[in-house]
Structures are given as structure tokens and as C-alpha cells.
Design a protein around this ligand. Structure first.
Ligand code: ADP
Ligand code: ZN
Length: 433
């Protein structure tokens, strides 16, 4: 019989028990962090809060926030809550935004993180008979080893191809009969495109894909599913907390279940820091309650989303987070208007017959005014009027964003493909500041 959950007793734990478990772990964690991490002791003392003041779950809001800047300021080891000799692994962020940060894991931390990913693989129909191709990058980025160790934990056969060498990837996929593919959604799009060019779709044995590490839209999901003949699952994670497996989709795909036995999520107003009522849209804040090596309290992810506590048809009781709509620091302010790359992507995908979703935003400042250009590839099948298509896209974008952008339609394949996270924005204004 197909396995439904990886850890049924945890994944379907009644809400009351989850809360009890969270409170117990939170108290334990706050105490040891207070005793072992000088930055937290100082901040808690400043805020006038002691470990004994954590009496119920809502007391978490008395604790100070942690930001990415803190991880930079206390780089590399000053936030460890254990001795360095107990750290068995170091990973680093992909460095999408500024200087890299590192995270140290104990043996238990790696084990827990593996459980997070293993829950995803099983939810995506994986078991010990699965053949998992890991095409996330391995070098320091958490994607590769995160997917790798989680799949091994399920007992699957793992093929650690890492990213790149795309045609060889696809040959392996066909020859070894990979059933599950793990990579960034950008790379999945590229793989899909290459499968088509090689004409080997009918040789694939793929059933499902586990894609995350960057935002992607429902339209992109449909394109990937179609090009590779699979069901595509969304997985979320960040180096600061653990890596892929912080939250994951079940077969109903109505948001990603957060591993609440390891993490307490909150949603705050990114401007005021105030905790928002259940169901509100805002910045996701995560506290690691079981992590030993580099535990974080109230870490501000800068990812914008909402939490859904309604019961899920899959039987899992852990809260679901809706797909992050972007990061607070992904947001571009162009001529005073807030612009998220995901809005542009949505418009392009709506026009997928004419253009491909490969695009790049270029922002600059000329004579004190922001310039806003978007390079977009035409679809290989396009045979219409380029000028008319350009006007059409410009009109749709203006109504989506509230400001005008200049569209440049390029020949298919002229924008460089990404093997990891896509680089969608080139903001040259920063260079001049
Ligand atoms: P970096 O900040 O250098 O990119 P990471 O590689 O740790 O570092 O990336 C973590 C970030 O990636 C998250 O904070 C989030 O913004 C993004 N991310 C990860 N998974 C997803 C996902 N499934 N959907 C949207 N964004 C995601
Ligand atoms: Zn579910």
C-alpha cells in the first residue's frame, strides 16, 4: 500500500497536542539560548524579558526579533548555542541578497531537517522504491544536500547530479528511470525545454517534482507539469532555519504545511513589527524550537504570505503557509510605485502563446528619473506582429502595476537560463548611489 505520511504521529498530531509540544520546546529553547548566546541574552535583558516569563505560547511576542543583518554581524559562529565541536555541517545561503550568511548544524539538526524533506517526498508519492534525482546545487546551498539526505532517509535511491550539464542530466533521467526530480522551478523550466528539444519526453519515468528555493507562479507550475509530464510540488525553506523542508505541499496543494513540531510561525506587519491576527497577510516570522546548533528566535524571513489554520483534507494538522508572494526586499520601488517581479511574471504567463516567461527587469536612473525596461523572449511559435504584441504587453503591465514599463521583445533563447535561482532583476540604480 502506498505510504501516506512519513511520520504519521507527528504530521497528524491534534492541534492541542501540537500547542503543548510547542510550549514545552519553546521554554527549553529560550532558556538555553539565553544561557549560551550572548546576543540574545543582551537583547532579552534590554527588553526586560527572562526565560521564566515564557509561560504560554503567546508570550513569544515578548521576545526580540532576529534579522538577516544579525547573522551577518555575528558571522560566522557567534550565534551558536553549542560548542563548535558539536557542529557537523556548515551550509551557506545562496547569497541572493547581499553578503552570505552561514548556518551550523549538529547531528540532531541534520536528522530533523532530513525529516522535513522526507515528509515532502512521501507526500509527493515517494517511498523506498523511488529514484530521486537531485538537481539542486550542492556547494554550500542547502538545496542539494537537503533533498539528498531527506530522500536517503525515506530509503529512496538518490542520484546526486547537482545542477548544470543539462543534457547529461536528462540522459541520466531517462537511463536510470528517475521518478522524482528536485531542483529550482527555474531549472525545471529549462529542463522541460531541453527535454522537448531532445525529443525524449516519452522516455521519462518521472512522476513528480519537488521544486522550491524561489517564488514561482501557478502558471509556471502548469508549464513545468506539462513539459515533464509530472505533478509539481512546492517546497519552502531557508538556510537560516534549516533548508528545504521548513514547509511542503501535500497532494491537495492548498498551501505548504509548516513542520510545526520544529518551528513556530507568526505573521507580523513588516513596518511596525506587530503580530497580526490569524489569516492576515504579512511577513513570516519563524522560531526554531528544537534546533540545537544555531537556533533562532523570531527570525524575520522577509517573505510575505498568510497562514491557514483550517483543516486540510490530507489529514495533516500542521498549519499551511500560502505561497510567498515575494520578499520585502524583492520589492522594487520604481518612480515611487511598489513593483514585485511576480506581478510581471503573472502577466507574461497569461500571454504564454506569444511570449516565454524568460524575462529580465532592468532598472536604472537617468536624469533623476527611474527607467524601467523588461526584456522578454518571444515564444518559438510566435508569428504575429511584434510591434502590436509589445503594445499589448505594455498595456497589460500598466494596468497590473500602475506604472509604465518599456518592453523589449527578444528572439527565443536569448536570455541566459538559470541552473539555480533565476536572476530576474538588474537594478543599476544601486551602483550609482
Ligand atoms: P538567499 O536569501 O541567499 O536566497 P536561501 O538560499 O536560504 O538564501 O533562500 C531562502 C529564500 O528563498 C527564502 O527566504 C524565500 O525568499 C525563498 N524561497 C525558498 N523557497 C521558496 C518557495 N517555495 N517559494 C517562494 N520563495 C521561496
Ligand atoms: Zn494537506
Amino acid at each position: 500500500m502506498e505510504r501516506k505520511y512519513f511520520q504519521p504521529e507527528i504530521e497528524t498530531m491534534p492541534r492541542e497536542e501540537i500547542k503543548k509540544h510547542q510550549l514545552e520546546k519553546l521554554k527549553w529553547q529560550v532558556r538555553r539560548i539565553y544561557e549560551n548566546v550572548p546576543m540574545y541574552k543582551e537583547r532579552m535583558d534590554d527588553a526586560g524579558v527572562k526565560p521564566k516569563d515564557i509561560k504560554e505560547l503567546s508570550d513569544i511576542s515578548k521576545l526580540p526579533f532576529t534579522t538577516k543583518q544579525d547573522l551577518r554581524d555575528y558571522y560566522p559562529f557567534q550565534l551558536l548555542a553549542v560548542h563548535k565541536r558539536d557542529i557537523v555541517r556548515i551550509q551557506a545561503s545562496s547569497g541572493t541578497t547581499g553578503k552570505q550568511i552561514v548556518a551550523g548544524y549538529t547531528r540532531n539538526d541534520l536528522d530533523q531537517w532530513s525529516n522535513g524533506f522526507a515528509r515532502q517526498l512521501v507526500a509527493a508519492g515517494g517511498d523506498e522504491k523511488s529514484i530521486v534525482q537531485v538537481s539542486y546545487g550542492y556547494g554550500l546551498f542547502t538545496g542539494g544536500l537537503g533533498a539528498h539526505q531527506g530522500s536517503e532517509k525515506v530509503g529512496a535511491m538518490v542520484i546526486p547530479t547537482s545542477s548544470g550539464n543539462t543534457e547529461r542530466q536528462i540522459r541520466f533521467m531517462c537511463d536510470l528511470g528517475s521518478t522524482h526530480l528536485c531542483c529550482t522551478p527555474s531549472y525545471a523550466m529549462y529542463l522541460g525545454e531541453t527535454v522537448k528539444e531532445m525529443g525524449v519526453k516519452n522516455q521519462l519515468k518521472l512522476k513528480a517534482g519537488i521544486f522550491g528555493a524561489e517564488p514561482w507562479t501557478e502558471e509556471m507550475r502548469k508549464q513545468i507539469e506539462e513539459s515533464l509530464g509530472i505533478k509539481a510540488y512546492d517546497i519552502y525553506g531557508l538556510t537560516e532555519i534549516m533548508g528545504p523542508g521548513v514547509s511542503y505541499e501535500c497532494e491537495y496543494q492548498q498551501g505548504m504545511h509548516i513542520c510545526e513540531d520544529m518551528i513556530i510561525p507568526e505573521i507580523i506587519d513588516p513596518d511596525t513589527g506587530e503580530v497580526l491576527p490569524e489569516g492576515s497577510f504579512g511577513e513570516l516570522v519563524l522560531s526554531t524550537i528544537t534546533k540545537e546548533g544555531q537556533p533562532l528566535l523570531r527570525y524575520r524571513t522577509r517573505d510575505l504570505c498568510r497562514l491557514d489554520y483550517t483543516p486540510c483534507a490530507c489529514g495533516r494538522t500542521h498549519v499551511r503557509m500560502r505561497k510567498p508572494a515575494g520578499r520585502t526586499d524583492d520589492m522594487l520601488i520604481i518612480r515611487g510605485v511598489n513593483v514585485f517581479p511576480s506581478q510581471i511574471e503573472e502577466v507574461l504567463l497569461r500571454n504564454s502563446i506569444e511570449v516565454s516567461p524568460n524575462y529580465q527587469i532592468v532598472v536604472d536612473r537617468v536624469n533623476n528619473t527611474d527607467t524601467f525596461d523588461i526584456n522578454v523572449e518571444l515564444s518559438p511559435k510566435f508569428n504575429g506582429d511584434v510591434e502590436a504584441e509589445k503594445k499589448n504587453l505594455e498595456t497589460q503591465l500598466r494596468s497590473m502595476l500602475g506604472i509604465g514599463a518599456k518592453i523589449h521583445l527578444l528572439r527565443p533563447k536569448s536570455i541566459e537560463r538559470s541552473e539555480g535561482k533565476a536572476r530576474r532583476v538588474i537594478d543599476n540604480r544601486k551602483l550609482h548611489d
